[in-house]
Write a protein that binds this ligand. Structure first.
Ligand code: PGA
Length: 247
């Protein structure tokens, strides 16, 4: 089953997010894909209430690496679990680029998520400058190594999702071609499995200007295990993307 992740970023207010979740659930009560809604922190509870006892899953957009303590403004993995989250996005490029998140922070967040039995969705991706300089592959490998090498996993069989999100494709309306994406996904899966050994099951999904017109071409590829959708997930036409996963 494909994984479709809606990253609502800071696009929607709490009431808007709750209302959208209700409309999506009503429009498509039995999606033929695993669909994860990731609203902002304050909307987690009301959106969680809307999708409770439905096939939809709840995810957060970020997590603290510490469990408890004096960390003003942070939200722990344990609290996310308590609110009903099953998934969490870690290392999104907007956090890395605009909020100064480092490879080290990303790695610690990943560990915190795994320890709390949240399913992490780790984001990696190259900038346009890197791509033009022929460095896309080496950047992705560096990000994967920084996040995954010697990762402390307390349990075996962790389910790890890696989102390949070329930074130049995020929110720009220009997505990568399915061909490029398939090549990159093969590389990412092989590299992640090499770094993690047999301790994790790895899925690779694509993100970057996916909408209802482009989703089908990605989801058709067996190497693309799903999509992470930003802008196009924050409106009701998101259901058309979900429907593409079952064609
Ligand atoms: P976009 O965002 O779909 O708006 O390009 C994707 C993302 O940031 O994950």
């Amino acid at each position: 089953m494909k994984l479709i992740v809606a990253n609502w970023k800071m696009y929607l207010g709490v009431k808007q997010a709750t209302h959208l979740a209700e409309r999506i659930r009503r429009a498509l009560p039995r999606p033929r894909a695993r669909v994860v809604l990731c609203p902002s922190f304050p909307a987690l509870m009301p959106v969680g209430a809307v999708i409770r006892r439905s096939p939809y899953a709840l995810g957060a957009q970020d997590v603290a690496w510490e469990e408890r303590g004096a960390f003003t403004g942070e939200v722990s993995a344990r609290d996310l679990r308590e609110l009903g989250c099953a998934y969490v996005i870690v290392g999104h490029s907007e956090r890395r680029q605009k909020l100064g998140e480092t490879d080290e922070m990303v790695r610690r967040k990943l560990e915190a998520a795994v320890h709390a039995r949240l399913k992490p969705i780790l984001c990696v991706g190259e900038t346009l400058t890197h791509r033009r300089a022929g460095k896309a592959t080496s950047i992705i490998c560096r990000e994967l190594k920084a996040a995954l090498q010697n990762l402390q996993l307390t349990t075996d069989n962790v389910q790890l999702t890696i989102a390949y999100e070329p930074i130049w494709a995020i929110g720009t309306g220009v997505s990568a071609t399915p061909r490029d994406v398939v090549t990159m996904h093969r590389l990412i899966r092989a590299e992640a499995e090499r770094l993690l050994g047999r301790r994790a099951r790895v899925r690779v999904i694509y993100g970057g200007s996916v909408d209802s017109r482009t989703a089908g071409a990605f989801l058709r590829e067996p190497e693309v295990h799903g999509v992470l959708v930003g802008g196009a997930s924050a409106r009701l036409s998101f259901v058309r993307i979900i429907q593409r996963a079952s064609l």
